[in-house]
Design a protein around this ligand. Structure first.
Ligand code: PLP
Length: 386
C-alpha cells in the first residue's frame, strides 16, 4: 500500500518551536501571555490594523458564538445562515436558543445567494413580524462570497453581518481581505485549516472597545474588583500562550502556504483539463482571490459516465483521501425543522462535489497520480461508449 495522500495536513514552518520555547523559558505556560498578544498583533497587521481588532480564542466555533452573544441573539430569535457549510457555522445559533434560517448557494461562488437572502429576509419579516437578528455568510473552501452584495442586502434591512472566514484567511474580495467584511468575522486555526495553532480561532471586531468586551466574555466576564465578581455570564474561550506560539510561527508562512495551495489548484486544473463532466471550483472573476484552501471538483455523472462517490472510492483504494463537500445544513437531521430558502444549488453541489488533497505536503507527482486515476475512469468509460 502506498503512503496515504491526505486531504489537508498541517505543516510547521520551523519557527513555532522558537515561540513555544520562549513561553517555556519565561514560564508563560498559563493561559495568557506574550504569544497571545503577539499573535493578535500579527493578525491585525495582516488584515490591516486600523480597522481590525483581533481576539485570539480557543476555536473558530467559539468566535462565532461570541459574535452572536455580542449581537444579543437569544431565544426566539432567527439567524440567517448559509446552508452549504460546516455545522460549526450554524451550531452557535442553537447555543443561543435561536433558530437558524438556511439560505441556498449560487452556482458561481458556491456561497450565499444574495437573491435568496433577500427573499428569506422578506419572508421572515412577513411570517414573524421582524427581521432576523443576524446573517452568517461563509467563504467556502477559501472562495470569497459576493460580500458587497450580501453587505448591501444586510444594510438595507439593518441586519448585522457575521463573516465566517474560517476557511478563507489570506483570500480577498475586491482587494479587501476575507475576515474583515462583517460586523464580526470568525477565523479558525484548526489542524486542517490554512494555518493552525493545533486548535484555535479568532474573532475579528471593528473597534478596540468591542475587542475588550469580547475578551472579557472569553475570560469568564470578571468585573474590575480585587475578588471574583461577575455581573454577566462568561465563557472560557481564550487561546493559550502555547497555541498562540504555534500561530506566530505559522504567520511567517501564511502567504507561502497560500501560494502552495494555489499552485496545487492550478496543477489540478491542468491535469484534469478537457475531461468531460469534470470541473474545478474557480474564481468567478477578477474581484475574487481564493486561497484555494481545498481544491474541489464537480462531477457531472451524465457527462463523465461516473459519479462522485465512485471516484472517491477509486481514490480511496489507491490510498488517496478525498471527501464529499459539506452536506447542506437544511438536509441535516439536527436542523430538519428549520426554514430554508432557495432551490437545489447546494444539494447539487453536494451530490457532485469532491474535495481533493490540497495541503502544502501534496506535490506534483501526487496530483499527476490523482488525475491519472480520474482520467482513466472517465476516458475508459468514454471509449466503452464509443
Ligand atoms: C473549521 C470551520 C469552523 C470552525 O472552526 P473550529 O476552529 O474548528 O471551531 C467554522 N466554520 C467553517 C466554515 C469551518 O470550516
Amino acid at each position: 500500500m502506498q503512503i496515504k495522500v491526505q486531504l489537508s495536513l498541517a505543516r510547521m514552518s520551523g519557527n513555532e518551536q522558537k515561540f513555544i520555547q520562549e513561553a517555556f523559558d519565561t514560564n508563560w505556560i498559563a493561559p495568557l501571555g506574550p504569544n497571545v498578544t503577539g499573535f493578535e498583533q500579527d493578525l491585525e497587521h495582516y488584515l490591516g490594523s486600523e480597522k481590525n481588532f483581533v481576539c485570539a480564542l480557543s476555536a473558530g466555533t467559539a468566535a462565532l458564538h461570541l459574535a452572536l452573544v455580542r449581537l444579543g441573539v437569544s431565544a426566539g430569535d432567527e439567524v440567517i445562515c448559509q446552508s452549504l457549510t460546516f455545522a460549526a457555522s450554524a451550531n452557535p445559533i442553537r447555543y443561543q436558543g435561536a433558530t437558524p434560517v438556511f439560505v441556498d448557494s449560487e452556482t458561481d461562488t458556491w456561497n450565499m445567494d444574495p437573491g435568496y437572502l433577500e427573499e428569506a429576509i422578506r419572508d421572515r419579516i412577513r411570517v414573524t413580524g421582524r427581521p432576523p437578528r443576524a446573517i452568517i455568510v461563509v467563504d467556502l473552501y477559501g472562495m470569497p462570497a459576493k460580500l458587497t452584495e450580501i453587505r448591501s442586502v444586510a444594510d438595507q434591512y439593518g441586519i448585522p453581518l457575521v463573516e465566517d472566514a474560517a476557511e478563507a484567511l489570506s483570500s480577498h474580495y475586491k482587494g479587501t481581505p476575507c475576515g474583515t467584511w462583517g460586523d464580526y468575522a470568525a477565523l479558525s486555526f484548526n489542524g486542517n485549516k490554512i494555518i493552525t495553532t493545533s486548535g484555535g480561532g479568532a474573532l475579528v471586531t471593528r473597534s478596540a472597545a468591542e475587542k475588550a468586551e469580547v475578551l472579557s466574555l472569553a475570560t469568564q466576564a470578571r468585573d474590575a474588583a480585587p475578588h471574583y465578581q461577575h455581573t454577566r455570564v462568561g465563557y472560557n474561550y481564550r487561546m493559550s500562550n502555547i497555541c498562540a506560539g504555534i500561530g506566530r510561527g505559522q504567520m511567517c508562512v501564511l502567504d507561502e502556504y497560500r501560494g502552495m495551495r494555489r499552485i496545487n489548484n492550478l496543477r489540478y486544473r491542468h491535469a484534469l483539463a478537457g475531461l468531460p463532466g469534470i470541473t474545478l471550483q474557480q474564481e468567478p472573476g477578477a474581484d475574487f482571490y481564493s486561497n484555494f484552501w481545498l481544491s474541489v471538483l464537480q462531477v457531472n455523472p451524465s457527462e463523465a459516465g461516473v459519479d462522485r462517490e465512485e471516484l472517491r472510492c477509486l481514490l480511496d483504494a489507491e490510498g488517496i483521501e478525498s471527501r464529499p463537500l459539506w452536506k447542506p445544513m437544511h438536509l441535516q437531521p439536527v436542523f430538519a425543522d428549520c426554514p430554508y430558502y432557495g432551490a437545489h444549488v447546494s444539494e447539487t453541489l453536494f451530490d457532485r462535489g469532491l474535495c481533493l488533497p490540497s495541503g502544502p505536503l501534496v506535490e506534483q507527482p501526487d496530483i499527476e497520480r490523482i488525475a491519472r486515476i480520474i482520467r482513466n475512469r472517465v476516458q475508459g468509460n468514454q471509449s466503452d461508449v464509443i
